[in-house]
Design a protein around this ligand. Structure first.
Ligand SMILES: NC(=O)c1ccc[n+]([C@@H]2O[C@H](COP(=O)([O-])OP(=O)(O)OC[C@H]3O[C@@H](n4cnc5c(N)ncnc54)[C@H](OP(=O)(O)O)[C@@H]3O)[C@@H](O)[C@H]2O)c1
Length: 352
């Protein structure tokens, strides 16, 4: 059996991460062990280290944490009940890192464990680095758009794109990784997509499929989007705030759309349910706030039935581009520090 190494968060707010030996993950039914080739950095990784939030949520748990939600690599071992991948396959994977117990065991290690339902084959033409851009952000975007308890939009077809359905969706923060996934998904599902970004990302958002892009730094951004939606004469199926804190502007927009015209009154957020988030203060009464679900059958469908085919057929682009900060677990601290300095339409990736 190979030996494992991990980049450990050894204490509350400790830095840098300490790279040292780690136990080999234990294979459980319904799970896959993956030899890590590339790791995507997420905002929550940096936040866990900076804020010490695990210590606050799980004060009784000894502090030895392996962070990381996103990974790509080679399947090392699969449980007997897993049939869609086998040892040696190239895959991308999302792992919640077993976060519920407070003893996270995520992707910041040479071998990681993932639930089989969040493991998808990575076609030969897609690099591990590009594959590591997607996992958790695709999960967040797909759940928010498609789950009936969130926006409940139509799913994209397994192959190709749906024909235009005459409906508009607003996705705030098209330059974020989550927003980039949401813009592409909504477009493939047949919606007209309005999004927001900095001006330098307008072209990037259009290339993803956005029909109109608005500068969120403009003070009149909400009235501008409102006027554009009204001009289409189409039904608006809701808004998704794809960056923390952007949901309130989405709500302000949705509030002003008359429900008598068939517009939705729902705003989906990236605030996960069950983590102590509440509806933001001053939220308009006539607008529904939908938290991000931790479980969604629609998202499972996307991973099992759709993702590998969309990557193989090139209907799906691994966007934004990865910015690789280095090769080796030692670079994970640098990766988080790089994200903390600010990113714009980029995913920070560490190769392993
Ligand atoms: N629950 C989960 O498992 C999970 C997983 C992943 C992400 N998330 C959450 O999802 C959100 C997005 O994550 P991410 O990785 O996609 O972030 P990211 O790519 O690191 O976010 C940076 C981007 O956000 C855009 N942005 C920032 N503030 C904005 C605003 N006020 N309006 C419009 N755009 C804005 C910027 O766009 P410009 O460059 O165009 O200015 C920038 O490109 C975060 O809040 C994160 O915590 C949750």
């Amino acid at each position: 059996m190979p030996s494992n190494r991990a980049a450990w968060l050894t204490a509350k707010q400790a830095r840098p991460l300490e790279v040292s030996d780690a136990p080999m993950p234990e294979l459980k039914p319904g799970h896959v062990i993956i030899e890590t080739k590339a790791i995507g950095i997420n905002p929550v990784d940096a936040m866990i280290q900076q804020t010490g939030m695990i210590a606050e949520h799980y004060p009784s748990v000894p502090y030895q944490v392996i962070m990381g939600l996103d990974g790509a690599g080679m399947v090392y071992a699969v449980a007997d009940d897993v049939t869609h991948v086998k040892a040696g396959d190239r895959v991308l994977a999302f792992t919640d890192g077993d976060a519920i117990s407070g003893r996270q065991r995520g992707t910041f290690q040479a071998y990681f464990l993932a639930q089989a339902r969040y493991v998808a084959l990575l076609p030969a033409q897609v690099s591990f680095t590009d594959g590591a851009v997607l996992p958790s952000c695709l999960v967040v975007a797909a759940t928010s758009l498609f789950d009936p308890k969130c926006l409940g939009l139509d799913l994209p077809p397994v192959r190709g794109r749906a024909s235009a359905n005459g409906k508009v969706v607003v996705i705030w923060a098209g330059g974020s990784v989550v927003g980039s996934c949401a813009v592409q998904l909504a477009k493939l599902a047949g919606y007209e997509v309005f999004t927001t970004s900095s001006v330098h990302n307008f072209e990037y958002c259009r290339n993803l499929g956005a029909d109109e892009v608005f500068d969120y730094k403009e003070s009149n951004v909400v009235p501008s989007i409102l006027a554009a939606v009204n001009k289409t004469g189409k039904q608006c199926v809701g808004a998704f705030g794809a960056y923390l804190g952007t949901d309130k502007l989405c709500a302000e927009l949705i509030r002003q759309l008359p429900s008598s015209s068939g517009h939705s009154n729902i705003v989906a957020t990236v605030m996960p349910e069950g983590y102590g988030f509440s509806v933001p203060e001053g939220w308009p009464e006539n607008v529904e706030c939908r938290f991000l679900l931790t479980e969604s059958e629609r998202m499972t469908w996307l991973w099992r039935e759709w993702l590998s085919i969309a990557l193989e057929d090139k209907t799906w682009k691994c966007q934004p581009d990865a910015e690789v900060v280095g090769k080796g677990l030692e670079f994970l601290q640098e990766g988080m520090d790089r994200w903390s300095k600010g990113v714009s339409a980029k995913k920070i990736v560490v190769e392993v």
